[in-house]
Structure formats: C-alpha cells, structure tokens
Write a protein that binds this ligand. Structure first.
Ligand code: GAL
Length: 422
C-alpha cells in the first residue's frame, strides 16, 4: 500500500541522513533517479532528461519502477530509504514532498532556485509544493491536466456520435458505440485509475467548489450530500461503457485500445497524449481531446517533480543541482513537455509549437488560476496526505467493484474515512 507513516519510518531509518552521506552509493557526478515513467510516451520523456544530464557530463543511473501513478515506485522508495540507501533523486509529487521533508532526508535547492528566480518564474501553487520549511527541496517538471476525455474520431464517426459534453451524452453515445461493435470507454481496473475517473465525475457533477469541499477538504457534509451520491452513481454506471477485460489493465494499454480503434474513448490525464504522440498520431486529426463532460470550466492538475535526497559527496551534489537547474531551462521544458503530454511548469514558455491540446491546456491553466478553478488532483497525490489518499482509494475501488454496495453506503464510508483523518 502507498502509505508512508512518518513515525514508523522515522524510527526505522534512525540516522539515515548520516548513513546516506557516509555510505551512499553515488559516484562522482552520478544521479540515481527513481521514477515510474515506463510506458512508451513516458520512457521517451525521461530519456530526454537522461540525455540532458549526460550532455552536461554527469551519469544517470536509471531506477525505473513500473506502475502507473507511482504507487509501486513509492513503495520501493520507502524500502530503499528504510535500508539507508535512498537514490539521489526521486519523483515525488505533492504533499508527499512534505512527508519526506519531515523525515529530514531531503537536500536543499535554494541556491539553484535563487539563481533561477524560481519564486518569480513558477506559479505560487507549484513553488509552495516544492518547499519544505521554507526551503526548496524539489523541482517541478511539468503540469498535467487530469480532467480530459480522449477519443478516436474514426470510431466516433462509425457510431455516428460526437464528443460528449455531458454525462448523459456520454451514456447515449456509449450505447451507439456499443451497437457499432466497439468498447465505448477504455479503462484499466486499478485503484488509481478508478480514482482518476471518480474525481473527474465528481467535478463534472458538482463543479469546482464541490470538488474542493469533497475531495480536498474532505468536508463530511459534501461527502454525504446528494451531489456526492449522484457522482457515485454516475461513476458506477460508467462500468456499462467499459469492457470485461479491464481488471488490472495498465492505463497505457487502455490508451492503446483507443489508438488501435478497439475503443472509442478514455477518461485520463494528458500523459495519455504522450502515448498518442509516440504512436505518431496528430492531435485534432487522429485523436481528439476535450475537457471531460461538465468540467470545461476547471482544471484538475498534477505536477511531476523531483526531490533530491541529502548527499555529502560533492560531485553527487553538483549533479543534483545541475539536474534541478536544467529541468527548468525553457528549451528543456518545451521539448520534454511536448513528448510527455503535459504543459511546462513555467508559464512563460513559448507554446506556439505545441499541439492543439497542449495549447488549450495552457490557456485553461492560466484561466483557471484567475477564476480560482485550478484544483489539485486527489487521485494524483496533489490533495491529500498519502495515507488518507490510500484510504479513500480503497473506498472508491471497493465500491466500483462491488455488486451490492450502494452509493449511500460508499458515501458513508467516505465520511468515516474523512473523520478518521481529521
Ligand atoms: C501520474 C504522473 C504522470 C503519469 C501518470 C501515469 O501520476 O503524474 O506523469 O506518468 O501518473 O503513470
């Protein structure tokens, strides 16, 4: 399970920071980087980072742990940390950066941040996440939007339907797509994918304020409201549009179903765009993107970031600082994010060479910041502490897979989880 219990871990690791600095595995100028980018598009993107570091004269030791959204990667990271041997850098996102900071394991990036003017360059919502106790300990690579709907236009055409903009349209289109012989909605039955679809439905049903109350603040009133019951019912009903083989399927396999024309649509963050791009498909022609039904006025974000573990070796530290600096260079931001499917972490990057979906994403990101409809993704580690997020995932997945749990019962479990977390 993806649960980092600070007290237990703290006890287990004891003087880990010292152990890591004395007995660390880093060689001169080497960074060992833990990440979970193993799908086609993800691997292309991380390859660019590796190349950049190697051009700078450092060596990159790849520590990839397969598994979408990083649940397995985080488990492996914890066991490496417990045994006193964390990597020099790791993909750690959202409030988990704070959890690792509290353990005293992260090194500072303040001087790189100061030289690069990160406080001015980065939107506050990102820079705050990168700091622990007022110091930069991580660097953001990108901004992903979670609330997207992807589609294969040929399949939509064959079924005689348009891209749905409401949930009712989605079910109506789904029926026709099924009749035309295709799977309406590609899905992978894994807890984080269930949670991704669920949060999108919550937003599309209740709107941005409701999303924030329910999934960020875990407000019991919101969690037991009629709007939540309706969201849960719509979420479960989406099963009608999915196929029997979904259990355990990886997200990129679900994207492949849309790419191959076996399925019409997928509800997924824009890392899916990395798969379409890797398959040489053109946005707006070979595949379509649109905000998920009812969510066009909001932007659910997640940002990938790399946190640096404390090391005493001078060369390793120099490599970490270079990695952090290079990640935010505009050329890299542009090249990397085109391949990853995300938009740059710094909003000043030229977007003219991005595809339609990327350009729309940046516009919507900026607008949502002004309108206060920029929302942290619960499913992608942005909104809750890791143990609470894990407990919410359990409720969502159990409900989604249960034939007899009602929406009311699921809502009650969400309330109980929220109360236990307070
Ligand atoms: C997200 C992550 C993305 C993408 C996705 C699937 O949580 O932010 O970069 O890789 O998981 O693995």
């Amino acid at each position: 399970m993806n649960v980092l219990k600070p007290s237990l871990l703290k006890k287990a690791i004891g003087g880990l920071a010292i152990a890591a600095s004395l007995g660390g595995t880093a060689h001169a100028g080497e960074v060992e980087v833990l990440h979970w980018w193993t799908s086609g598009g993800e691997a292309r993107a991380v390859g660019m980072l590796k190349e950049l570091m190697e051009k700078e004269g450092h060596s990159w030791k790849d520590f990839a742990v397969a598994g979408g959204a990083g649940d397995s990667a985080m488990t492996v990271l914890k066991s490496r940390a417990v045994s006193g041997n964390p990597p020099t850098a790791a993909q750690i996102n959202g409030p988990e950066i704070q959890e690792w900071g509290e353990l005293g394991l992260l090194g500072q990036l303040d001087s790189v941040a100061e030289q690069g003017n990160w406080d001015v360059l980065l939107p506050g919502v990102l820079s705050n996440m990168m700091k622990y106790d007022g110091h930069y300990v991580a660097v953001p690579v990108n901004v992903h939007r979670v609330n997207w709907l992807w589609a294969n236009p040929k399949v939509l055409k064959e079924a005689g339907v348009e891209m749905p903009t409401t949930w009712e349209e989605m079910f109506a289109a789904g029926k026709k797509i099924r009749e035309a012989g295709y799977t309406p909605l590609a899905h992978g039955g894994q807890p984080w994918q269930d949670a991704t679809v669920f949060e999108t439905v919550v937003l599309g049903t209740g709107g941005p304020e409701f999303y924030r109350k329910a999934l960020v603040e875990l407000d019991p009133e919101a969690l037991k409201s009629d709007t939540m019951i309706q969201s849960l019912e719509t979420f479960k009903r989406l099963r009608e549009l999915m196929d029997d083989g979904m259990s355990g399927r990886d997200w990129n396999m679900a994207t492949s179903m849309v790419i191959n024309g076996d399925a019409a649509m997928q509800l997924m963050g824009d890392w899916a765009k990395g798969e379409f791009a890797a398959a040489d498909m053109t946005a707006g022609e070979d595949y379509l993107c649109a905000p998920a039904p009812g969510t066009e006025n909001a932007f659910v974000f997640n940002t990938d970031s790399f946190a640096m573990f404390r090391v005493s070796d001078e060369d390793a530290r120099a490599a970490q600082q270079d990695l952090a600096r290079l990640i935010l260079e505009p050329e890299f931001q542009e090249a990397f994010n085109k391949v990853k499917g995300s938009i740059p972490a710094r909003p000043d990057v030229d977007m003219s060479e991005f595809d339609k979906c990327g350009q729309q994403s940046m516009e919507d990101f900026k607008e949502s910041r002004q309108e206060d409809t920029l929302l942290p993704s619960m499913a992608h580690r942005m909104a809750l502490k890791s143990d609470v997020q894990g407990a919410i995932f359990d409720v969502i997945t159990n409900y989604f897979n249960s034939s007899d749990m009602t929406a009311e019962q699921a809502a009650e479990r969400l309330v109980n989880t929220a109360n236990a977390a307070m």
